[in-house]
Design a protein around this ligand. Structure first.
Ligand code: C2O
Ligand code: CU
Ligand code: CU
Length: 481
């Protein structure tokens, strides 16, 4: 008789647990405040697993940057010092900041230079992140570690009494390949310049194949998809549901109980995972469950996800194929405690941009063909302003994907509301409610979002966050004037 969990596992395409082997203990990046912070970007040898050291490029001492913790209303004063061998600049993904603090690629600083950021934190509590953003080099720099989490707290969130301290786990997820000389190998081959670059091993917070010991209680798990190109289908290996409480722009209007969540590069989720019903001594994997890759070539899906198994769905030069199952983080349930089950309380009221008040609608075509990735037929030009929006207006932007590849579309300087998806999946997914700054647009889909441009005037970006596409120019400037 198949158990309910067994049926769920099969429905999600989850394989049986992989054989037990020694995983590396998950580490949490140091927490730092943004008041007078200096981030020194440099090549460093870091441990990615016990006894395995690799050269990473990081804005801190660890394999990824420290977790910056701020509160709404704080002022951030951050110095970036560039000790890398090439230009860089940092961007605060999801935050609304003045133009000169946004990390536009034209602001990249050379080796040896510093850049001073000053901005008030005006966004709500939530899981944001920061990463390198120089033109053509975002992919490789983030891949090597030039990224970290930025967590905002506020009073409305405090009132909920969510799990905190050691029961709050920020997870910055990447997939990478290690070259024979112990460097992170990043050389997208021809087909990878079209679909994207996929690693063969999962890293969380810069640790390869990590494991975390947990207690029999509820944890708040914040997940950032920091991969170059991979869509993650988050699920637990025992088929157990989790509670989604937040995404890119902070807490949702209401919690949702789900057994899986799809997230593209740049997207974040805030989850409550209850290990209270898991037997002490057992383990649960946070997975990317198998799914059919949305990429299409000649009418055929490129994925071999369903046959993939545990990271076995290799393709071409060595990455695990898009859609193949991968274990992200192993949780070993080691200690029984009196479980603190978080009772879903009403989440703070949330007002999102109203598409009925939109002053304008704009349409953007995402195309990938003949080794080019374009928006409305054009590649990124640092100095060309492609669209100008009036300060204070609400607009509806429609992202149209007639290309063979999925595009996670990201807007700087706004948190938008996803208002409609036509074609493809043809609905707004439960994890796309609330406020977002990045949305997945699959081949054959048109996704509309409503945004209000009322933070700062200046030049900002909209782009595909598949970092291979972004680096090849699937990006445009828009001005808020
Ligand atoms: Cu994650 Cu242009 O950003
Ligand atoms: Cu951004
Ligand atoms: Cu793309």
């Amino acid at each position: 008789m198949p158990t309910a969990a067994g049926r769920l596992r099969r429905a999600l395409g989850l394989p049986e647990l992989p054989p037990r082997f020694k995983r590396a203990p998950l580490r949490m990046p140091a927490s730092v405040s943004a008041d007078g912070l200096t981030l020194r970007a440099a090549a460093r040898r870091v441990e990615i697993a016990p006894g395995v050291a690799v050269e990473a490029w990081s804005p801190g001492d660890g394999p990824v940057g420290p977790t910056i913790r701020v509160r709404t209303g704080d002022s951030a004063r951050i110095t970036l010092a560039n000790a890398l061998s090439e230009p860089t600049i940092l961007h605060w993904h999801g935050l609304r900041v003045p133009e000169m603090a946004d990390g536009h690629p034209r602001l990249a600083i050379p080796t040896g230079a510093t850049y001073q950021y000053e901005f008030p934190v005006i966004d709500r509590a939530g899981t944001y992140w920061y990463h390198a953003h120089p033109h053509h080099r975002t992919g490789v720099q983030v891949y090597r570690g030039m990224a970290g989490l930025l967590v905002i707290g506020d009073a409305a969130e405090d009132a909920l009494g969510l799990p905190e301290g050691e029961h709050e786990l920020p997870l910055f997820i990447q997939d990478r390949r290690l070259a024979a000389d112990s460097t992170f190998a990043y050389e997208p081959a021809m087909h990878e310049q079209m679909e994207g670059f996929f690693g063969d091993a999962v890293f969380a917070n810069g640790i390869r194949l990590p494991s975390k010991s947990v207690e029999t209680t509820t944890y708040r798990v914040r997940v950032v998809n920091g991969t170059t190109s991979r869509i993650l289908r988050l699920a637990l290996s025992n088929g157990q549901p989790f509670t989604l409480i937040g995404n890119d722009g902070g807490l949702l209007p209401a919690p949702a109980t789900l057994t899986h969540i799809d997230m593209g590069t740049g997207e974040r989720v805030d989850l409550l995972i209850d290990f209270g019903t898991v037997a002490v001594g057992s383990r649960v994997m946070l997975m990317s469950a198998a799914f059919e890759s949305p990429a299409r070539m000649g009418g055929m899906s490129m994925g071999r996800g369903m046959g993939g198994g545990m990271g076995m769905g290799r393709m071409g030069a060595g990455g695990v194929a898009q859609g193949a199952a991968m274990a992200l983080v192993e949780f070993t349930v080691d200690r029984a405690v009196t479980p603190v089950s978080w009772k879903p309380r009403p989440l703070p009221r949330l007002v999102t941009p109203d598409p009925r008040t939109a002053k304008r609608t704009r349409t953007f075509q995402f195309n990938s063909a003949m080794m080019q990735h374009t928006i409305n037929g054009r590649e990124f030009d640092m100095e060309r302003i492609d669209e100008t929006v009036r300060f204070g207006d609400t607009e509806v932007w429609t992202f149209v994907n007639d290309s063979p590849f999925p595009h996670p579309v990201h807007m700087h300087e706004v948190q938008f509301r996803v208002v409609e998806r036509i074609g493809g999946r043809a609905r707004i997914m439960p994890w796309e409610r609330g406020l977002k700054d990045t949305v997945l647009v699959y081949p054959g889909e048109r996704v509309s979002v409503a945004a209000t441009f009322d933070s700062y005037r200046g030049r900002f970006l909209m782009h595909c966050h598949n970092m291979v596409h972004e680096d090849m120019g699937m990006m445009m400037n828009y001005a808020i004037a």
